[in-house]
Write a protein that binds this ligand. Structure first.
Ligand code: NI
Length: 176
């Protein structure tokens, strides 16, 4: 396993539409391992492959809450390959979202409260799951990444322009 670099706004790769995975090869398993390590290290609860510059339809997620007693967190790793939302609730819910590619920026986003997701697991098996709460928000946020969509796209133009400007400036400073 190794850490991979997370690409940051305004990197144009974040706008790419990722390609479906044709087969779960050893390279894909390696990518998944690296994504978990990178995600836990960040730390974050979800990561799309494009965030480590791999335009493939692969998502890692772990929604386990840190142990309140300070013990070791029990991990609940989930992998989604070629995920699709196949049903959405009319009911909406609001969560404050953040993104490892837009560090230290959080805003409330409204999305369907429940979704049904179809995906391939690491064994190449087709699966379906119902998601609600944070799981529903997170899977929608990550699938958006596979389509080149970021959570700031749901904000007002004013807010989006402001965050784009801030990160464009920071990138310029970093590049000097
Ligand atoms: Ni994100």
């Amino acid at each position: 396993m190794s850490l991979r670099e997370i690409i940051i706004l305004p990197d144009k790769q974040l706008r790419l539409v990722s390609k479906p995975v044709e087969k779960v090869t050893p390279d894909i398993r390696q990518l998944v391992d690296d994504m978990f390590q990178t995600m836990y290290d960040a730390p974050g609860i979800g990561l799309a492959a494009i965030q480590v510059a791999q335009p493939l339809r692969v998502i890692t997620m772990d929604l386990a809450k840190p142990d309140a007693e300070g013990g070791e967190t029990r991990r609940e790793p989930r992998v989604f390959i070629n995920p699709e939302i196949i049903a959405r609730s009319d009911e909406l819910s609001v969560y404050e979202e953040g993104c490892l590619s837009i560090p230290e920026y959080y805003e409330e986003v409204e999305r369907p409260a429940r979704v049904r997701v179809r995906f391939i697991d690491l064994d190449g098996k087709l699966r379906e799951e119902d998601a609600e709460g944070l799981y529903a928000t997170c899977i929608q946020h990550e699938i958006d990444h596979l389509n080149g969509v970021l959570f700031i796209d749901y904000l007002s133009k004013l807010k989006r322009d402001r965050v784009m400007k801030k990160f464009t400036k920071a990138a310029k400073r970093g590049g000097e």
